[in-house]
Design a protein around this ligand. Sequence first.
Ligand code: PEP
Length: 249
Amino acid sequence: MRRKLVVGNWKMNGSRATNASLLQGIVDGLNGASAACAVCAPAPYLAQCADTLKGSPVSWGAQDVSAHAGGAYTGEVAASMLADFGCTYVIVGHSERRAYHAESSELVAQKAVAAIDAGMTPIVCVGETLAEREAGQTAVVVRNQLGRVLERLDADGMAKIVVAYEPVWAIGTGKTATPEMAQEVHAQLRKQMLEKNAVAADKVQILYGGSMKPDNAKELMAQPDIDGGLIGGAALKAADFLAIIHAAA
Ligand code: PEP
């Protein structure tokens, strides 16, 4: 039985002051929730997350990582540095990075491996654009995106990733995939991993992301292959984020 996981992606939002009340609000409202939860903060605030969340049930992580171990890569942040600040997770291949920073699936795969090598869990994002969905290409797009990561991992490595299915057309738009639409893609992703190794594939949490909110979270996460959520906008308000965590039975 996979434990549900709810992860907040703060994107480029926050300040020391707003983070302090958001983090405290989350910790105070958890009340023994059964789902695991984490926040992925902008890199400058990871120390604040570590200071505030250490010893609490809330994990923290980053939104991107360099594929390189270190050296002359101005502006990049190495996986070892994120691990140094206690990060459990790092998001790789978010559609905003693929679209605005031209990240290829090959680079995303390298980043996933860098995260695993540093002892963290990469949250590997995959998802189709609206044009790709309308052209009937969803299955092949997400298969190729995940495939590039899987080809670099053995079964043990595969068991160390989290996958997030995030249809690009649903991110930040208020449009959500129906539970059935999402489950269809999640089941396909699970099957792709099963082809590699059944035991490991059964362990991998597959999150849904794309306008998940308190009022649609329960239905989405009731699907057999939807193991939680990657939450953008609704992760910026403690009450909304907590409602989603508590909806994950
Ligand atoms: C995201 O950024 O990963 C996301 C799912 O955003 P939102 O929940 O705002 O659609």
